[in-house]
Design a protein around this ligand. Structure first.
Ligand SMILES: NC(=O)c1ccc[n+]([C@@H]2O[C@H](COP(=O)([O-])OP(=O)(O)OC[C@H]3O[C@@H](n4cnc5c(N)ncnc54)[C@H](O)[C@@H]3O)[C@@H](O)[C@H]2O)c1
Ligand SMILES: [Zn+2]
Length: 375
């Protein structure tokens, strides 16, 4: 095997949030610059790396040596891989480990992993000693384009996902696209659903570029970096205008109402990954928009065609074990979102790149649509 091509340049995307602004550094091999960047931002800081066992096996040594190269000492906290680690017991373990390692207010937490590690370590950083600074080193495509950016951190409640958390922005995100080479293809594909989401919600030209170039995005190289950077720019722009989701940030939930219901019905298991559920959810959101007459049926078909081309599920019959019934879907939607006087807030689309928040969709109309789809 030949050594991977090392591009000298990385792409830097700025998340503009006043005093809490930070850079997202994207590129192949950027992990090697982690120590230098941390030393520049927080001279003299010590570091605790939080990771999961799988990511640790692949990438911990590289992270540690990147820190050591700048003479930064690091402690490591390793959790089990999987959503189960976004729990109170594991959160407690991580907090106690950070305190035991004497991570002080002037020190740093580094979240090395996918969205699970990022959400967990970010929430621990938000609370230990009333708030520690942290750096995201996302290692899944989903984490590089979505969860590491924007400062939402959380663990799960027995009543639902992400119900216990805080807004806490990182001081830096280092997205080394080379780390994605060890990611299972199914995980990469699931993360791609969120990449396509940015085109579908607000950037028709980006979606058209993905339709043309998705093979290169999957293969790696500059098209992958560009797609990740465009995704991060889109999220950063929305977050900087609406950090705490009082309005526009809700657009990022395109496909997520239907998607979360499908995920919940599958028990948040490997049966249906988050991105796979979001692929189905986005197709349903466009089909529902078409049924309401705000966009054409051909638009919904174009969305489904592209997502199916990359190998994502786009039809409810593809849900392993079969899709839930319409009634169950409605119950799950009602649990996920507040239904106010029989009305729901939905993200709909007037076309590709033209998503909007529809604040008063009749629950009965959604149910009618699902009955048509599911029988
Ligand atoms: N905070 C936010 O804004 C936000 C946004 C979207 C999703 N999320 C959260 O993100 C989580 C999902 O994140 P995810 O999809 O990254 O899942 P994950 O963190 O569970 O990672 C998926 C799997 O891939 C493994 N893995 C990670 N990086 C790897 C690599 N480079 N090589 C090999 N294996 C690797 C992990 O060990 C895990 O088994 C959910 O908990 C979700 O709620 C948060
Ligand atoms: Zn998502």
């Amino acid at each position: 095997m030949t050594a991977p091509l090392r591009l000298p340049d990385s792409i830097v995307v700025d998340v503009a949030l006043g005093a809490r602004s930070y850079d997202i550094v994207i590129g192949r091999g950027t992990l090697a610059s982690l120590g230098e960047r941390i030393a520049a931002l927080r001279p003299g800081a010590r570091v605790a790396i939080v990771t999961d066992a799988t990511v640790g096996r692949h990438h911990l040594a590289a992270a540690e040596s990147a820190l050591a190269a700048s003479r930064i000492g690091s402690e490591v906290v390793t959790v089990a891989p999987g959503e189960g680690s976004k729990s109170f017991p594991v959160f407690q373990e991580v907090c106690e480990a950070l305190i035991k390692a004497r991570i002080e207010r002037s020190d740093l937490v580094v979240a090395l992993g996918g969205g699970v590690v990022g959400d967990l370590a970010g929430f621990a950083a938000a609370t230990v000693r009333r708030g520690l600074d942290y750096v995201q080193v996302p290692t899944t495509l989903l984490a590089q384009v979505d969860s590491s950016v924007g400062g939402k951190t959380a663990i799960d409640s027995r009543h639902g996902k992400n119900l216990i958390g805080a807004f806490h922005q990182p001081i830096l995100v280092v997205a080394d696209t080379e780390l994605l080479d060890t990611l299972p293809p199914r995980e990469f594909r699931a993360g791609y659903a969120e990449v396509a989401k940015y085109g579908l919600l607000g950037d028709a030209a980006f979606f058209a570029r993905l339709e043309a170039d998705w093979r290169q995005v999957f293969a790696g190289g500059p098209a992958r970096e560009q797609a990740i950077a465009t995704s991060c720019r889109a999220k950063a722009a929305i977050v900087s205008r609406d950090e705490r989701e009082t309005g526009e940030r809700a657009l990022l939930n395109l496909g997520h109402t239907f998607g979360h219901a499908l995920e919940a019905a599958a028990g948040f298991s490997d049966r249906l990954l988050h991105g796979e559920a979001i692929s189905l959810g986005m197709v349903l959101a466009f089909q529902f928009s078409a049924r309401r007459g705000v966009t054409g049926a051909d638009t919904a078909e174009r969305v489904a065609y592209h997502l199916a081309a990359v190998g994502l599920p786009t039809h409810l019959l593809e849900v392993p074990g079969g899709p839930p019934a319409a009634d169950q879907m409605m119950d799950l939607i009602a649990q996920d979102k507040k239904v106010r006087r029989g009305r729901l807030t939905f993200i709909l689309a007037r076309g590709i790149g033209q998503a909007f928040v529809a604040p008063d969709v009749e629950a009965d109309e959604v149910k009618g649509f699902l009955v048509e789809k599911l029988g």
